[in-house]
Ligand binder design. Structure first.
Ligand code: AMP
Length: 337
């Protein structure tokens, strides 16, 4: 089933211990769309400026991504992000973020984008995520990603956006920051508890009744939580269980930018490919494996380059290897008291 995604469409300037690149194609929605396009048709919603090249759009077109809702804003500047990594590729410094055309952008989804069953609210201002969510009240599965900037600068709006989705995908540190819990598992369980009783505005969450200005989709709140842990993999928490996968072991990691979004593309893409089935924990585990495999390719080269040249068979092979790496049998031995 088709997937609609809103999120940053960007130029990224990135420095890692292995090199530097200026103004590469990037953005959360772009990394997500390229990965998810291996599974289903993807429709990208978002603005770009005059400076955004046809070559960059071709990268999306070449993977069959529908870009009819990518709006070129005359006189506008494309979202720009500059970041730097040290030897610990798990942490990075943001040196510059320029929202450009995203400032004041009002999305108007085409009929086609609205009709997708699956929606991914990739990282961008939560108000914008909510505007897109409101235009797709009947989406069957809605997942959301965000980051520390929005937890700090737009917490109230972010909490409302979270309350309107089925699945929250966040970095582990951001999940802790969001919930004020030191234990990742406790943090995830806390968010799950919001599904039945959304927190009130005094805890920063807000409620739909306060929002007279938009058609608010049916309240649900996330029932699936994914904590991304960078080079340590990702953990899944639902009401029924817990699952965790390490990152795929690689000899060489060049640029981790976009790994989280690429993971999300594999994860949500896999779910969308099974959207007529019940979303069981077993299905979610398979989705985790596909997200993990996709993310491992993304980090092998700068920007979107590796995913651009990726073949489906390579993903299948890596998922198989990942299963071998993570399987074990619990053969008990007699243990002393
Ligand atoms: P990831 O490495 O998966 O967390 O995502 C990296 C991508 O997020 C980059 O391509 C950036 O363009 C994009 N990005 C960085 N900061 C922001 C922000 N504040 N809002 C939206 N997207 C961002």
């Amino acid at each position: 089933m088709p997937i609609t995604v809103v999120g940053s469409i960007a130029y990224d300037s990135v420095s890692t211990p292995f090199g530097e690149r200026q103004r590469m194609l990037g953005g959360a929605a772009v990394h997500f769309a390229l990965a998810a396009s291996f599974f289903q048709e993807v429709r990208v919603v978002g603005p770009v400026g005059d400076d955004f090249g046809e070559t960059e759009l071709d990268v999306l077109r070449n993977r069959g991504v529908d870009i009819s809702d990518v709006e070129r804003i005359p006189g506008g500047k494309t979202f720009f992000w500059r970041g730097k990594y040290g030897w610990d590729l798990n942490s990075r410094e943001t040196l510059d973020t320029q929202l450009g055309v995203f400032e004041g952008f009002q999305p108007k989804l085409s009929e086609s984008s609205r009709s997708s069953d699956v929606l991914f609210l990739a990282n961008i201002q939560p108000d914008l995520q909510r505007e897109v969510r409101a235009q797709m009240p009947h989406a069957r599965f809605v997942a959301l990603d965000s980051m520390n900037l929005w937890i700090e600068a737009a917490r109230e709006s972010l909490m409302k956006a979270i309350a309107e989705c089925d699945c929250l995908i966040l970095n582990d540190s951001e999940l802790r920051q969001l919930t004020d819990k030191a234990s990742l598992y406790a943090a995830a369980r806390e968010v799950l508890s919001w599904a039945s009783s959304p927190p009130d505005s005094s805890s920063g969450a807000g409620s739909s009744e306060a929002d007279g200005d938009r058609e608010t989709p049916a309240r649900r709140g996330p029932r699936v939580i994914v904590a991304k842990q960078g080079e340590y993999g990702a953990a899944l928490v639902t009401a029924d269980g817990f699952f965790s996968l390490p990152a795929f072991p690689l000899e060489s990691v060049v640029d981790p930018t976009g790994a989280g979004d690429t993971f999300a593309g594999g994860f949500v893409g896999y779910i969308a490919a099974h959207a007529d089935e019940e979303i069981t924990d077993e299905l979610l585990r398979q989705a985790m494996a596909h997200g993990t495999a996709l993310a491992s390719f993304n980090v092998e080269e700068f920007g979107t380059h590796r995913i651009e040249s990726l073949a489906g068979a390579e993903i299948v092979a890596r998922v198989r290897q990942l299963r071998e790496f993570t399987q074990f049998s619990a053969a008990p031995v007699p243990l002393g008291e």
